[in-house]
Write a protein that binds this ligand. Structure first.
Ligand code: GH3
Ligand code: MG
Ligand code: MG
Ligand code: MG
Length: 311
């Protein structure tokens, strides 16, 4: 039970969910040792448009989590060799599965036992026999909430960009893709110049607006396949898959030039903002090493006068 889900794969699924239309079918993992019971559950869910993956052997749960990447898990309570509660504990130990709802579905009608099961990591307790409409409505609502929670978890609320943690996951994912497909990859660190001065001169709300305007500007200028994150306060991280160093440098220089010419309004006056960039070209290092490389390049940009791109 010590195996973990490959973050890269899961991230790709999360991406799909958070950018998915609400109609995108929910992926439900069903674990029940009874074939008849699991068939009944599967029918109810499939009929209401969901995608199910059924397992009857609790020992298959880790493989199922990896292969199927469920958004919701339905667990039977009593199975030979293992209880649903034990499995719930195992599932809850995996960081990336924190927001996946676990719903018990069991004939157990002793409320104390139900509550005990819930205390070990379940989100809901449904009792058999269950009306198929009741089941699918519960799963649907849980799934919708789980998706919106995931979307919140991975983004920065001010700019709507990916947050620090998710930016690093995306970098890791793109590194494994680049390794596998032998493609190029660049990682960019971007930091606004003299941002403290902007806050001090025009006030924090104006500073916030500058951050939002840069976020929007980057979104407009970059490709859909690029990943933009807010790495820290006034620091941004950009992952550029399938991009050569020289192309990244030209692109960032063009963005830098245009952004620095934008007029930022503050009451009756206008001001301009510049940023500095550091680009790291991927050549087999870890995400940590690559970000240190970009950070060094950024440091060089800062110390040779700011408003420039270093590779
Ligand atoms: P440098 O050119 O060397 O990067 O100088 P700097 O002033 O940009 O860098 P410094 O690290 O000294 O200051 C960063 C400032 O960013 C300090 C902090 O108050 C501000 N900041 C961080 N997060 C936010 C935010 O969410 N909103 C606003 N308005 N300011 C923020
Ligand atoms: Mg059972
Ligand atoms: Mg700065
Ligand atoms: Mg900074």
């Amino acid at each position: 039970f010590h195996q973990t889900v490959d973050p890269g794969q899961l991230i790709e699924k999360i991406e799909q969910y958070t950018t998915a239309s609400p109609q995108e079918p929910y992926r439900v993992l069903v674990l029940d040792d009874s074939k008849a019971q699991s068939k009944f559950i599967e029918n109810a869910l499939v009929r209401s448009g969901m995608i199910t993956h059924v397992i009857n052997d609790p020992m298959e749960i880790l493989i199922a989590l990896d292969d199927f990447l469920p958004e919701i898990i339905i667990l039977d309570m009593y199975m030979p060799g293992c209880t649903g509660m034990e499995l719930a504990k195992v599932i809850r130990q995996q960081d990336r599965l924190h927001s996946v709802p676990i719903i018990y579905l069991s004939a157990e009608d002793d409320v104390n036992k139900q509550l005990h099961a819930m205390s070990l990591g379940g989100d809901d307790f449904l009792t058999k026999p269950i009306d198929p409409k009741h089941l699918s409505a519960t799963i649907h609502n849980r799934g919708r909430r789980a998706r919106s929670l995931l979307a919140l978890m991975i983004r920065d609320s001010l700019t709507g960009l990916y947050n620090h943690t998710h930016s690093l996951y995306l970098l890791e994912t793109e590194i494994s893709k680049a390794k596998q497909k032998q493609t190029s990859l660049c990682f960019v660190m971007l930091d606004i110049d003299y941002f403290k001065r902007i806050n001090d001169t025009y006030g924090h709300p104006i500073g916030d607006r500058v951050l939002k305007s840069l976020a929007m500007f980057l979104k407009q200028r970059l490709r859909k396949t690029d990943h933009i994150g807010r790495y820290g306060g006034e620091e941004f991280a950009i992952v550029l898959p399938s991009t050569q160093g020289e192309d990244a440098r030209n692109l960032l220089n063009e963005i830098r030039d245009h952004f620095s010419n934008l007029k930022q309004p503050a009451g009756d006056i206008e001001f301009q903002v510049t940023f500095s960039c550091g680009i790291a070209i991927y050549s087999g290092e870890s995400a940590q090493e690559l970000s240190e490389k970009a950070d060094k390049a950024l440091y060089n940009s800062k110390h040779s006068g700011r408003n420039q791109v270093t590779i």
